[in-house]
Write a protein that binds this ligand. Structure first.
Ligand code: PBG
Length: 325
């Protein structure tokens, strides 16, 4: 026997030398919920260990992230008032706009990305404007572009449209460019599936649709080639980064998209993935630390360049301690 695969598995030093996947905290993005109100930090019941922060308190978390070596956040806004047309999404004094200004004022070194979507701001909870009972792409584009511009004006470093309306990347790119934000990148949630894994997020943001579901705009999870179509289309429209979402059950799509596009690929480990790990660990059925390491390594092994995760601080720590990476 002259080929013995086990030869390269003896000893931690050698295993690390031949490791194929290397991780760095600079690839992590932490998703964070900010809400209207004052002096409040509220735990999200379905996401133990995750909180909703008012703007006056959020920098406690930002400081902690930076101390851990996590230098990017994605902000989600939870407004007090919602209406039919989601006006809070593009209000220059809206919750996300104020939050961006607050972070950038005190911690300019934190890279701030904003989620661009209507669902947290509409009374009906859908990601676009309604036309009857249908969600209408074309009339929504103008509002999404206005939202992205208001984020840019507030100081956001990058915008990330998550609504899945057709044509949104081109509309946002045009609006940003016309207003001088030519260097604000767009990370498109291009390959976003209609997923039950978003359940805890919708509890956190109060954004569950009031009627129906999101299947007429988010993708059917039986489909793979359609995801490539979405990714290629968004690159053509000017997306700088392509995201696949959720992560764990969609790593085949990370690998496929990576092979098709020549821009960085992001993978978003969503709220339901976080909740499952937390719940399993709390019951004593699984070991949280090891499971988090394994799922993070799997996403990078599949090919993502960027990993969005509620475990960002923990993963940065595991990398530092040499448990992974
Ligand atoms: C907004 C949006 C959602 C998530 C990110 N942006 C929810 C949804 O599409 O219903 C989900 C994130 C998570 O579950 O962690 N459209």
């Amino acid at each position: 026997m002259n080929i013995r695969p086990r030869r390269l598995r003896y000893g931690a030093n050698l295993r690390k030398m031949v490791r194929e996947t290397r991780m760095d905290a600079s690839a992590l993005i932490y998703p964070m919920f900010v809400m209207d109100g004052e002096n409040t930090v509220e735990e999200i019941p379905t996401m133990p260990g995750q909180y909703r922060w008012t703007v006056d308190r959020m920098n406690e978390k930002i400081k902690h992230l930076l101390d851990c070596g996590v230098t990017s956040v994605m902000l989600f806004g939870i407004p007090e008032h919602k209406d039919e047309v989601g006006s809070g999404a593009y209000d220059e004094n809206g919750i996300v706009q104020r939050a961006v200004r607050k972070v950038k004022e005190e911690y300019p070194e934190m890279y701030v990305i904003t989620d661009v979507c209507m669902c947290e701001y509409t009374s009906h909870g859908h990601c676009g404007l309604l036309c009857g009972h249908e969600v209408d792409s074309d009339s929504t584009l103008e509002l999404l572009a206005k939202a992205a511009l208001s984020h840019g004006k507030a100081g956001a470093d990058m915008v990330a449209p998550s609504d899945m309306m057709d044509g949104r990347v081109a509309a946002i790119r045009a609006m940003l460019d016309e207003n001088g934000f030519i260097n604000t990148p767009i990370m498109s949630y291009a390959v976003k599936y209609a997923s039950a894994f978003y359940g805890p997020f919708r509890d956190a943001a109060g954004s569950a649709p009031a009627f129906g579901d999101r299947k007429s705009y988010q993708m059917d999870y039986h489909n793979s080639r359609e995801g490539i179509k979405e990714a290629l289309l968004d690159v053509e429209e000017g997306a700088d980064i392509i995201m696949v979402k959720p992560a764990m059950s969609y790593l085949d799509m990370v690998a496929k998209v990576k092979a098709e596009v020549n821009v960085p690929v992001a993978s978003y480990s969503v709220s339901g993935e976080y909740a499952m790990i937390k719940a399993g660990a709390q019951l004593g059925y699984i070991e949280e630390e090891k499971i988090v390491c394994e799922t993070a390594a799997a996403a990078f092994r599949a090919g993502c360049d960027i990993y969005l995760t509620y475990f960002a601080e923990e993963i940065a720590d595991y990398i530092k301690r040499g448990l992974i990476g």
